[in-house]
Design a protein around this ligand. Structure first.
Ligand code: UFG
Length: 329
């Protein structure tokens, strides 16, 4: 029986493909390649270039393969773009989920692991954030993911499909051998942008505000290594296989690092001075986002292993240094 990885050519998806293969799982990938990269998926993995909103294409995939479970990463994920083009996000993210759940129901596939986000919480009332805390997304991206979670909940009770939704905090790093990593057409994330300075692609990193109510005035985030994240998906699949009920888990390290601390760590790792310039705040950035992942520890027995910030940045650096043009190299 195979595991269908939807969006397996994206950043988080491609690392999951590696991890699942490494654990002896039979994986199949479907990806539209609109934002994903064919080169990030090993040649020996069965690959379908399709948009999951196409129900007929999904029918073909489910008919040609014995699919036991789905791991779902297909989504647009740019917060800023989602504010400008909300319907693009609802169409792709929510529309994709409708099509996928319908196809799963048609083909009697009963398990799904879903890639969710801390953005479902919006501006937190307290940190660390618990799964039971209010979800009030502050942008259409986070809203679309929350709607997708709710859809799984209603469909699961009606159609006997069980799901695990994993709410990631700030995903970072790359596969240990540096052969796959983060490559977005439009890069908005802190670590790849910092590393563009030692790569000679930008003169400095801009810090989006140093007047937040934190120790050094810059925003605090909870960074989680992409390999630790992939391990959580495997544990979630085995949890469902063992009969676990539908559930939602936060995935973070529980430790917060400020933007300033991240830049300092990147200077240590790269040996480059990485000049930093203080800019204005980016709209919608909460001061502090840190996960309480106790539940994932207790129920999934998940514990992040790569937690030192220098190690996370070093792993990203290994990929970026060897692929300055991303998958074009
Ligand atoms: N930042 C800078 N300068 C930059 C880029 C980012 O100072 O050039 C700061 C941001 O203001 C923020 C921190 O670095 O304080 C991290 O920013 P990222 O864009 O790397 O990540 P976010 O915390 O904004 O976003 C992450 C995920 C999103 C998810 C969100 C949930 O990448 O998918 O968490 O809040 F929606």
């Amino acid at each position: 029986m195979a595991v269908l990885i939807c969006g397996g050519a994206g950043y988080v998806g491609s690392h999951n493909v590696r991890a699942f293969k490494e654990h002896g799982e039979d994986v199949i990938v479907v990806d539209s390649l609109e934002t994903g990269h064919r080169a990030s998926v090993p040649e020996d993995v069965k690959f379908y270039q399709e948009d999951i909103r196409n129900g007929e294409a999904l029918d073909k995939i489910f008919a040609e393969n014995q699919v036991e479970a789905v791991v779902h990463f297909c989504a647009y994920s740019l917060v800023g773009e989602s504010m400008e083009l909300p319907l693009k996000y609802f169409d792709n993210n929510v529309g994709g989920m409708i099509s996928l759940l319908e196809a799963m129901h048609r083909h009697n596939v009963k398990r799904i692991i879903f890639s969710s986000t801390a953005a479902t919480y919006g501006e937190p009332k307290r940190v660390p954030i618990l799964e039971t805390d209010p979800t009030e997304p502050t942008n259409p991206y986070g809203e679309s993911k929350r709607i997708m979670e709710k859809m799984m909940k209603w469909v699961s009770s009606q159609h006997d499909i069980r799901y695990v939704s994993l709410r990631y905090f700030n995903v970072a790093g790359a596969w240990r051998d540096g052969t796959i990593g983060e490559d977005h057409k439009v890069e908005t994330h802190l670590i790849p942008l910092i590393l563009q300075v030692p790569l000679g692609k930008r003169e400095h990193i801009t810090i989006y505000g140093d007047d937040y109510p934190t120790n050094d005035g810059t925003c605090i985030r909870d960074y989680i290594h992409v390999e630790d994240l992939a391990r959580a998906h495997l544990l979630a699949l085995n949890y469902l296989r063992d009969g676990g009920e539908s559930n939602i888990f936060n995935l973070g390290s529980g430790d917060g690092y400020s933007v300033m601390e991240m830049i300092t760590a990147a200077r240590e790792v790269t040996g480059h001075p990485i000049p930093a310039v203080i800019g204005t705040r980016r709209a919608g950035d909460p001061a502090k986002l840190v996960a309480d992942s106790t539940k994932a520890g207790k129920i999934l027995r998940w514990k992040p292993e790569i937690t030192k910030m220098q190690d996370i940045i070093a792993s990203a650096w290994k990929w970026h240094k060897s692929h300055p043009k991303g998958y074009e190299d």
